[in-house]
Design a binder for this molecule. Structure first.
Ligand SMILES: [Zn+2]
Length: 195
């Protein structure tokens, strides 16, 4: 019986499965993008002229405690519109990964849930335990970069002063100590003027 991984990995539909390698704690799936055409991101015209190919490595959700990597054979296409400034473009695989993403959308969603529940530091520890390698700072960037994710209200806050012009213009900064320094609200107006 020939295994069809898209039956249990629906987010990878449209890719051809070439190989699966299983090491001690890692599974690597080699897949190839096979759609006949791709749309130029600038002029939106579809092209079927393949210019070259390259390999992307994308992390997927772990299986039974094993890290899963996708080795994705991807192509560059030549734009069919002569006047288009984008002569060559990389095909988009937006059904499962952002344009320059190194993690599938499923992984991003899982990490966003982790950081929202636990914050950056504990979230990074849990992610490592779940075999999803991510740093605390990357977790924080993930939650702040997603406009669809509402930033939760601060649970632990710190307040400090900061200086726009030393000795003359000051503001207040409120730091979300749970999520980290990336979540802050600054007061750009001078709060007081020193003599
Ligand atoms: Zn184009």
């Amino acid at each position: 019986m020939r295994l069809n991984p898209t039956s249990f990995l629906p987010h990878l539909k449209g890719l051809r499965f070439d190989q699966i390698e299983i090491a001690e704690h890692r599974i690597t799936l080699t897949v190839t993008a096979v759609r006949a055409t791709a749309a130029c991101p600038l002029c939106q015209q579809r092209s079927k002229t393949v210019h070259s190919s390259y390999t992307r490595t994308v992390a997927d959700l772990p299986w039974s405690g094993m890290t899963v990597s996708l080795r994705v054979q991807t192509r560059r296409f030549a734009c069919p519109v002569e006047s288009c400034e984008r002569k060559i473009f990389c095909e988009r695989l937006t059904q499962f990964v952002a344009v320059y993403g190194r993690r599938t959308d499923n992984v991003r969603t899982a990490l966003q849930r982790i950081v929202r529940a636990l914050g950056g530091k504990a979230g990074a520890r849990l992610a490592a335990h779940q075999r999803i390698g991510v740093s605390r700072m990357t977790l924080l960037r993930l939650i702040h970069a997603d406009p669809t994710v509402a930033t939760p209200p601060p649970r632990v806050i710190g307040i400090d002063d900061w200086s726009r012009r030393r000795g003359r213009r000051y503001g207040s900064i409120v730091v979300d100590l749970f999520l980290g320094l990336l979540s802050f609200h600054a007061q750009p107006r001078p709060l007081r003027r020193l003599p």
